[in-house]
Design a protein around this ligand. Structure first.
Ligand code: SF4
Ligand code: SF4
Length: 329
């Protein structure tokens, strides 16, 4: 039950999608008016319908109750509210805070508050996000607490890069509709039941194959490439480009005076420099292959099918697997 329309909901698109996937009914333009009890237990809630006005209050349209629109919905359980801000009253006195956010001492990634031995993580630190982010945050905090207690960092992280073989991924895997998550019928749900029932082994397989295996990096050794274009001919999409030049040109200087490669590179932090160079190297049309100086694999487009490796006559294309690893030291 929501007092305005879907367009004004604070919930994001993904949350709305999940609600609909779980067959939860959403009623808009209604407000609760009264809870009705029977023998001291909740029995029903009275609602009334609203009209959206053209005047805005706090960034949202003002609502006016529609006269004579009241209706009753029976219920067994009533959840009065779902909090979406941190309860900072649990913090000890002296911890710096502003607008309900807890200040980190220096580096936000340290998770440390202005009190040296007090750390915050997850939604409490950064506002509402996903469970996955909260778990990752919790792991980082555990390492920071360990550093504080032990006086040295006992865990190191690095990217392990090693040669790999063809992945077996096919273009067909892009075109499979992901099976929807099976859910418990609404009528059978109790307060503690798991709504999502989980995928079968076959459904899991389909979902897993949709993974683009982004940690596999296909690259072309320019010293071995003879510009035969065979890899381009068998590529399933626009993943291999003929680029015209690798020279730094004056025309590639942006309005701020910085070279475009330098401007683009931070946006591509963590990826290889050629990704940034895409912005200053013009793609050569297929009709003018002689102008190409560089045959380049666009990792954003690559679906890791291995077609290019299979046809390359000079063995110029290689694939490496990159894994983030954390180890005790
Ligand atoms: S492995 Fe990547 S770059 Fe090579 S053909 Fe397949 S999609 Fe294109
Ligand atoms: S198939 Fe090999 S040699 Fe031919 S253009 Fe592609 S990378 Fe270069």
């Amino acid at each position: 039950m929501y007092r305005r329309s879907l367009a004004q909901m604070s919930a994001n698109e993904e949350e709305l999608h999940e609600m609909q996937a779980e067959e939860i009914e959403i009623h808009t333009l209604v407000s609760p008016v009264e809870a009705l009890c029977n023998d001291g237990r909740i029995a029903a809630v009275v609602f009334e319908r609203n009209i959206l006005e053209s005047e805005y209050v706090g960034g949202k349209p003002r609502i006016t109750p529609l006269p004579g629109s009241r209706f009753v919905v029976e219920c067994k359980t009533l959840i009065a509210a779902i909090g979406q801000t941190q309860d900072t009253s649990v913090l000890p006195p002296g911890v710096e805070r502003k607008d309900n956010a807890v200040f980190h001492k220096a580096d936000p990634l340290s998770h440390q508050t202005s009190r040296a031995n007090l750390f915050v993580a997850g939604d409490f630190a950064f506002g509402n996000a996903t469970v996955i982010e909260a778990i990752a945050d919790g792991k980082e905090v555990a390492e920071e607490v360990d550093l504080l207690l032990m006086g040295r960092r006992r865990r190191k992280r690095f990217v392990d890069v090693k040669p790999a073989g063809i992945t077996g991924r096919l273009r067909d895997h892009d075109l499979v509709d992901p099976p929807p998550m099976p859910v418990l019928p609404v009528q059978q749900r109790g307060m503690t039941d798991e709504v999502e029932l989980g995928f079968t082994a076959e459904q899991t397989d389909i979902h897993a194959w949709r993974c683009y295996l982004c940690n596999y990096k296909f690259e072309i050794d320019q010293d071995k490439c003879i510009h035969c274009d065979w890899c381009i001919k068998v590529s399933p999409r626009n993943c291999i480009l003929r680029l015209g030049t690798l020279e730094r040109k004056e025309s590639a200087v942006g309005a701020d005076g910085k070279h475009l490669a330098e401007t683009a590179a931070p946006r591509y932090y963590g990826r290889s420099l050629p990704d940034a160079l895409k912005f200053i190297c013009q793609e050569v049309p297929a009709s003018e292959p002689e102008r190409a100086t560089y045959i380049w694999i666009d990792s954003d487009q690559c679906i890791r099918c291995g077609n290019c490796i299979n046809v390359c006559p000079t063995g110029a294309i290689s694939v490496r697997k990159c894994d983030c690893v954390a180890e005790n030291v």
